[in-house]
Design a protein around this ligand. Structure first.
Ligand SMILES: [Zn+2]
Ligand SMILES: [Zn+2]
Ligand SMILES: [Zn+2]
Length: 158
């Protein structure tokens, strides 16, 4: 990518791609002033957000049997949705299959070590809101449908 992209608002070239602390990527117009919360932004206020590419999953939609894709929203939420699902911008309505499954589980790294293997623990919250500490090396082998890594789990009273 040598060619600079042009701002659709003012025609100036777009600036560098910036990554926010939460891992989201955006590109601002090169005429925009550097961000300073104390001053009002000057220059062009065009911002181009990068939506992460959906990842095709090895799972089938329970509604129509098409492959599911994993999509991360701009707000960092994850969802599985049907690959045939779409959004008709002009008609402002959903097209294709409307299957969506939000992935509510989240994990936070902990400052504790696993009593089994000594690796660090993560605090895992399920979509049902239950909390557990589990080993950061644990995983799930989808092809063989077996748990991998260390199996240490400690459920926390809610
Ligand atoms: Zn601009
Ligand atoms: Zn579907
Ligand atoms: Zn462990």
């Amino acid at each position: 990518m040598d060619e600079k992209e042009i701002c659709p608002k003012c025609g100036a070239p777009l600036g560098e791609i910036i990554e926010t602390q939460s891992g989201k990527k955006l590109q601002k117009c090169s005429t925009a002033s550097p961000w300073d919360p104390k001053v009002k932004p000057t220059g062009c206020d065009y911002i181009k957000w990068f939506t992460p590419e959906p990842v095709t999953l090895d799972e089938k939609c329970p509604k129509c049997g098409s492959p599911l894709v994993l999509q991360v929203t701009r707000f960092g939420k994850k969802m599985k949705k049907c690959s045939t699902g779409g959004w008709d911008k002009e008609a402002k309505k959903a097209t294709g299959c409307d299957y969506v499954e939000w992935i509510g589980g989240s994990s936070v790294p902990l400052d504790e070590k696993c009593p089994k293997c000594g690796e660090s623990l993560v605090l895992f919250t399920t979509s049902a809101g239950k909390k557990m500490k589990k080993c950061s090396t644990s995983g799930w082998d989808k092809e063989n449908r077996v748990a991998t890594g260390c199996d240490y789990i400690q459920w926390l009273p809610s």
